[in-house]
Design a protein around this ligand. Structure first.
Ligand SMILES: [Zn+2]
Length: 406
């Protein structure tokens, strides 16, 4: 079976995760999907099972004499909650002509807005009906891993070392690695298959922190407020204006970090502002944290009291610090991309990945492309031929790794 055929099947599971749920997986269909996948892997001859948290682990034993590195492949079961995900109705556009695609509900997917479409002229694309997301993030990744596994188990002449597979729940709500069992997985290093275009080999993500700014104002009847009132709302606006406007998500790209206000609530008496702070460079992130603290202390000086306080907490870290110490892991992926006719591309990830957390847990874990785009929205699409290349690339990684000695 081809990878895209699997993706079409998988889209029937509505696996949206839910951050308000405290269970793991956060939603029931993820468990159902996990069991479906474990059954599928077992039917292919892979030793696979689902643990109590809904993680699927699968293993394909080595068929070579010498010891080679044990390679892992990881994808996530859940889909984002940014767009509806019920009754996904994928449609295949055969032999794409490079023109604007009109989805069933009239929404447009245009090459002008999404230039990557121009790379796919002559390819077959899978789009939505415009009402839901597609869920190729990350069901395309799962489909490609399972398709690789099918090849391995049905072609015993293809030489490979130990292969580990994991499908994790709740990645989209930041819990994908919470119960990840490194021991059960058992790989020396791994790849998350959770990126965009085929050829992506990503290993640089943001360092992340968040800042909560609390402001205590002084309410006085506005008619007699002169020189007495401190309006917490105005102070919040003032503080935000003290942070560089150019360093905002809407004004930054590539390696440029940012300050991003995500919430503001307030009255005259009190206000609270929340920011996420991001930078690929750990030192630059420290400077961004310091800038928020400095803005607060300037305002405290100005208003003559401790009216602004800042609480900073650290989030995920850039996996480049870990992965760049193991260049052979990136090299392996790049050679695999080339082996199936692609050009490896490493661009900085402007976010975090589960691989970043896993890297710091001791499992170096770059991210690979899946041949799908516009994740988390109704305009999401996947390319049939790129999905084929992605599973061929995973297979090439398995083959090339077997040539190495561990
Ligand atoms: Zn994803």
């Amino acid at each position: 079976m081809k990878a895209y055929e699997r993706l079409l099947r998988y889209t029937s599971f509505n696996t949206m995760s839910d951050s308000s749920s405290s269970t793991c997986p956060s939603t029931k269909p993820q468990t159902e999907f996990a069991h479906f996948l474990a059954d599928e892997l077992c039917a292919l001859g892979v030793k696979a099972s689902v643990d109590e948290y809904g993680y699927v682990y699968g293993h394909i034993p080595s068929n070579i004499e010498h010891s080679a590195p044990k390679v892992g492949f990881i994808a996530h079961l859940d889909t984002a909650s940014d767009a509806p995900s019920d009754n996904v109705r994928p449609r295949i556009i055969n032999d794409y002509d490079g023109q604007v695609i009109t989805l069933d509900d009239g929404q447009l997917l245009s090459p002008e807005e999404f230039p990557v479409l121009k790379d796919y002229v002559g390819c077959d694309l899978i789009v939505t009906d415009g009402r839901t997301l597609l869920g190729a993030d990350d069901k395309a990744g799962i489909a490609e891993i399972v398709t690789m596994a099918e090849y391995l188990t049905s072609h015993p002449e293809f030489k490979h070392g130990d292969i580990a597979i994991a499908f994790t729940p709740d990645e989209e709500i930041g819990r994908g690695t919470k119960h990840f069992d490194l021991q059960a997985f058992g790989a020396d290093f791994a790849y998350t298959v959770d990126g965009g275009a085929f050829g992506q080999v990503e290993y640089e993500n943001f360092n992340a922190a968040s800042a909560t700014v609390s402001i205590t104002g002084r309410a006085i009847h506005p008619g007699s407020a002169k020189d007495k009132m401190i309006n917490a709302i105005s102070v919040a606006v003032e503080l935000d204006a003290m942070l560089p406007y150019d360093a905002r998500p809407q004004n930054t790209e590539m390696y440029e970090g940012f300050y991003h206000p995500t919430s503001i609530v307030g009255t005259v008496e009190s206000a609270a502002l929340k920011y996420i702070l991001r930078d690929h460079d750990a030192e630059e992130l420290e400077k961004k944290k310091a800038a928020v603290v400095r803005a607060a202390s300037r305002l405290n000086e100005k208003y003559g009291g401790q009216i602004v306080s800042v609480r900073i907490s650290d989030g995920y870290r850039n996996m480049a610090d870990i992965v760049s110490r193991r260049p052979e892991i990136l090299q392996l992926a790049r050679r695999a991309v080339e082996a199936v006719g692609g050009t490896p591309v490493s661009e900085p990830i402007r976010g975090g990945t589960d691989g970043a957390t896993l890297s710091y847990m001791g499992l170096p874990c770059p991210n690979l492309g899946t041949g799908s785009h516009n994740h988390h929205g109704r305009l999401e699409f996947a390319c049939v031929q790129e999905m084929d290349k992605c599973s061929a690339m995973l297979l090439a990684i398995a083959g090339l790794a077997a040539e190495q000695n561990s």
